[in-house]
Design a protein around this ligand. Sequence first.
Ligand SMILES: [Mg+2]
Length: 365
Amino acid sequence: MADLRKIIHVDLDAFFAAVEQRDYPELRGKPVIVGGDPAGRGVVATCSYEARHYGIHSAMTAARARSLCPQAIFLRPRMEAYRDSSRQIMTILHRYTSLIEPLSLDEAFLDVTAATANGILAVQIAREIRASVRQETGLTISAGVSYNKLLAKLASDWRKPDGLFVIPPEKGLAFLSPLSVGKLHGVGPATVKKLSAMGIHTVLDLRNTPRETLIAQFGKAGAWFAEIARGRDHRPVQPSRARKSVGVERTFPQNLEDRHRMLSILQEMAGQVSAHLQAQGLAGRTVGIKVRFADFTTVTRAYSYSQSIWRPETIHACLPGLLDKALSSGSPPSIRLLGVTVSSLNKGEESLSNAGQMNLLASEA
Ligand SMILES: [Mg+2]
């Protein structure tokens, strides 16, 4: 019973739409839908709260959204802008713990058990995170605080948008009891239907059903349902796996035949790779290029420095040599794809990660 973990779940409110409304003030207070083309087969990725009043939600077809709210403003996603904001927010989260599990660009679990050892409360951390995100990014983020992932996630949803909610251990069961089973992690529509046929509608109903009955009915999943009905969830917060390389590649609408053009495209990609490295506080020793010829033969060539590098000019320096080696492999120089990667990464170099963060802040100014 004694589960001493302190888990926070944070989730930005209507993230893509909120970034658009932040960057384009004329969109504020209006139904904004970010996603695919309403004239085609696109779907809604995110919509503003104003759009939600019309019954619009993500994953709905954009065409249906337009029929529900013809005056809605449809925008195509600007993924680079969303990634920038996401990186900024992850930087804020990293001030409190390195035990961060991102679920998507706008959502993450944090295990702040260690950070709370010296008396600071998890709810204080959640408050600070919310204030910093608002101040530094102009976006609102909801937070839930509890003793496991299941409840922290339910908590962040409870006061959305721009909310904060805490479920302490002694209130976990009472919070769960009246919820419909479909709110639980891992209980999808098919399971809800099956449970409903068994007369199980709320989490309390689920808790009152013998574990054996659930296992007989749902197998291994049944054992999980019995656990979460009792507010028990021992899943650890799993930091994202360390990346092995950072790279960019591009397929061209028409094959390239001019070496100078190939080189200038590789250099442009090197700049993007460098920016990704800086944003994540990473550096690497090995620069690689990938060249795919018209006949789909693919050649990779790499060069390793004796020290870690991340600056664009250092990545540039070895590109002409690598390109010559790749092109001398015999196939005719008609190229359909080029790519640049930096691998043999190391992270956590303090000076470097600071430099990366400063660079992010500088680019905000
Ligand atoms: Mg969200």
